[in-house]
Design a protein around this ligand. Structure first.
Ligand SMILES: *[C@@H]1O[C@H](CO)[C@@H](O)[C@H](O)[C@H]1NC(C)=O
Ligand SMILES: *[C@@H]1O[C@H](CO)[C@@H](O)[C@H](O)[C@H]1NC(C)=O
Ligand SMILES: *[C@@H]1O[C@H](CO)[C@@H](O)[C@H](O)[C@H]1NC(C)=O
Ligand SMILES: *[C@@H]1O[C@H](CO)[C@@H](O)[C@H](O)[C@H]1NC(C)=O
Ligand SMILES: *[C@@H]1O[C@H](CO)[C@@H](O)[C@H](O)[C@H]1NC(C)=O
Ligand SMILES: *[C@@H]1O[C@H](CO)[C@@H](O)[C@H](O)[C@H]1NC(C)=O
Ligand SMILES: [Cu+2]
Length: 178
């Protein structure tokens, strides 16, 4: 018993000293060749023209990348591939203002997972109307450490259900600095 406890303590101590060495060496990213990716996903850094400072400060992320906010693009997959997001990151929703040939889109925030799964817009809050995504796009700051559920509100939820225009994000509290 006593030996086991002492052994565990030793393991903890040596793990701690390894951590200390790594921090002294300024971190995992150097230790891992600057290519270490968190296992739950990675950022596609191409949105960031200057990524020498990639770990610092909030980012602006265009929802859907070059696909913008459109019918039929799988935003759940996009959100997964572009995770993690962080508090104070800015999501940019871009979509053309409607005209004779362009159908309208919009952005709604849904109150919970259940409404998100069902594309139930009845208690959703409109955060951008059909024209606000035009030009530079509509910016939404992920202000809080809470899950956010987004969907297009057009056609009574059809864009959300059939058009896959929905995704959720849980922004993390801070970027990692070692
Ligand atoms: C570091 O990167 C170089 C070039 O990409 C590669 O050849 C090498 O194996 C990498 N080292 C580690 C430890 O990943
Ligand atoms: C990152 O984005 C670029 C340009 O948008 C694309 O060509 C590339 O395939 C993307 N990479 C990943 C891993 O998604
Ligand atoms: C990246 O940003 C730094 C400092 O803001 C600047 O000096 C440098 O020229 C930039 N590099 C590119 C490729 O934009
Ligand atoms: C509708 O809007 C699109 C995108 O802004 C534009 O390319 C197109 O020319 C417009 N069409 C008409 C009929 O105004
Ligand atoms: C959308 O909102 C903007 C800004 O609040 C307003 O100027 C515009 O008239 C609205 N457009 C529609 C189609 O409701
Ligand atoms: C997006 O694609 C994934 C993987 O192919 C699929 O599981 C998911 O159901 C799709 N999402 C929607 C809303 O269709
Ligand atoms: Cu839409």
């Amino acid at each position: 018993m006593a030996f086991k406890a002492a052994h565990s303590l030793l393991v903890i101590l040596s793990a701690a000293s390894m951590l200390a060495v790594c921090s002294a060496n300024r971190g995992w990213s150097n230790g891992f060749n600057n290519t270490y990716q968190w296992p739950w996903g990675h950022k596609n850094e191409s949105h960031n023209s200057n990524n020498t400072n990639d770990d610092d400060g909030p980012k602006k992320i265009i929802v859907g990348g070059s696909d913008n906010w459109r019918f039929g693009f799988n935003y759940s997959v996009w959100a997964f591939k572009n995770a993690p997001f962080y508090v104070n990151d800015v999501l940019v929703f871009k979509y053309d203002a409607p005209n004779d040939t362009v159908f309208p889109h919009s952005v709604y925030q849904l109150p919970n997972l259940w409404s998100y799964l069902r594309c139930d817009l009845s208690r959703a809050k409109m955060i951008a109307n059909a024209t606000q995504g035009d030009g530079e796009g509509f910016e939404f700051v992920l202000k809080r450490w809470l899950p956010y559920y987004f969907a297009c509100g057009e056609r009574g939820g059809l864009h959300c259900r059939e058009g896959r225009m929905k995704f959720m994000v849980l922004p993390l509290l801070r970027r990692w600095h070692f």
